[in-house]
Design a protein around this ligand. Structure first.
Ligand SMILES: NC(=O)c1ccc[n+]([C@@H]2O[C@H](COP(=O)([O-])OP(=O)(O)OC[C@H]3O[C@@H](n4cnc5c(N)ncnc54)[C@H](OP(=O)(O)O)[C@@H]3O)[C@@H](O)[C@H]2O)c1
Length: 274
């Protein structure tokens, strides 16, 4: 863990903030240097009780004290939430946005021209500490601030720094949206198992365990390409070969490629919205 300790204010204390705060505390980050701000009190009380952090319903009080702001409200609320924050003196404060679809340019405008910004794109498995986050820093952001942002998002999983902001859309296609591709594939397998007469609970167990096992095989064999791993379990003329051939003939690769392009196109459209 980076031992650069700063006061961090989470603006919006929802699911994503909760996960990052949990990860930070688990990594030994001091709880008295974390503040969460949220309009309703239920989530704040739960965070204070579970992690011993400081909480407030006053965004401006949290920002005034903080060295780092984590902007973690829904994208459609970002303009409204940032307007009063932009009136404060933000000099020297690093702003980290986790909002999907809000570009650095837009975020900077919301914050009154503040440029010390890191835009991040986490995904849902961050809730389990198994997240994948892409990060893009405005060119004015210095090394120490970049490292701090990396440590913050690294508290909930792997991180990937992007050289261009457009890389965020690629992260959306590859990691932000992709847990749903895997869920869809597993759902299709569940239906396939039902058609074979497998009991739902047995299908769930087998699909879940095979997915975890396959993911672990990928992780534990970095020297093997994905194609090699597939070939290793696909003997010619065997059952797996027949199944994989069917998927190939049905156009799985093209469908996935088109789906990923569709995610990028939608991300580009959404970036114009907020
Ligand atoms: N969840 C994911 O997997 C994921 C992945 C990538 C990116 N993101 C991004 O992360 C951000 C947060 O997502 P989330 O899933 O954590 O959403 P969430 O659970 O709905 O959290 C958003 C929080 O913002 C609070 N809020 C609303 N108005 C506010 C205000 N004026 N000032 C301060 N806080 C306010 C809400 O409080 P109340 O409930 O009391 O209204 C809520 O607790 C979003 O921008 C989203 O695009 C999420």
């Amino acid at each position: 863990m980076n031992n650069d300790i700063r006061t961090v204010a989470f603006i919006g204390a929802g699911n994503m903030s909760r996960s990052i705060i949990g990860g930070l505390i688990q990594n030994g980050y001091p709880s008295d240097r974390i503040i969460a701000s949220n309009p309703s009190t239920g989530k704040l009380e739960a965070l204070a009780e579970q992690f011993g952090i400081r909480t407030t319903q006053d965004n401006l009080a949290a920002v005034a004290e903080a060295d780092v702001l984590v902007l973690a409200v829904k994208p459609q609320l970002m303009a409204e939430v940032c307007a009063p924050i932009a009136e404060l003196d933000l000099e020297g404060k690093l702003a980290i946005s986790i909002a999907a679809g809000v570009t650095c340019e837009r975020m900077s405008a919301y914050l009154g021209g503040h440029a010390s910004l890191v835009r991040t794109m986490p995904n849902t498995p961050s809730m389990l500490g198994l997240g994948m986050t892409g990060l893009y820093a405005d060119p004015v952001v210095g090394e120490a601030d970049r490292a701090f942002a990396g440590t913050l998002m690294g508290a909930v999983g792997e991180i990937l720094w992007l050289e261009q902001e457009a890389g965020i859309d690629q992260v959306i296609a590859c990691a932000g949206s992709s847990p749903a591709y895997f869920f869809l594939f597993m759902e299709a397998m569940e239906q396939g198992a039902a058609a074979l007469g497998v009991k739902p609970e047995d299908a769930r167990l087998m699909i879940e365990q095979a997915a975890i096992g396959a993911a672990q095989m990928v992780r534990q064999n970095p020297q093997s390409s994905l194609a090699e791993l597939r070939a290793q379990v696909t003997s010619k003329g065997g059952t797996t070969h027949e199944a994989v051939l069917t998927l190939e003939q049905q156009g799985l690769r093209d469908a996935v490629k088109d789906a990923m392009q569709a995610a990028v196109t939608r991300a580009q459209e959404m970036a114009k919205q907020f």
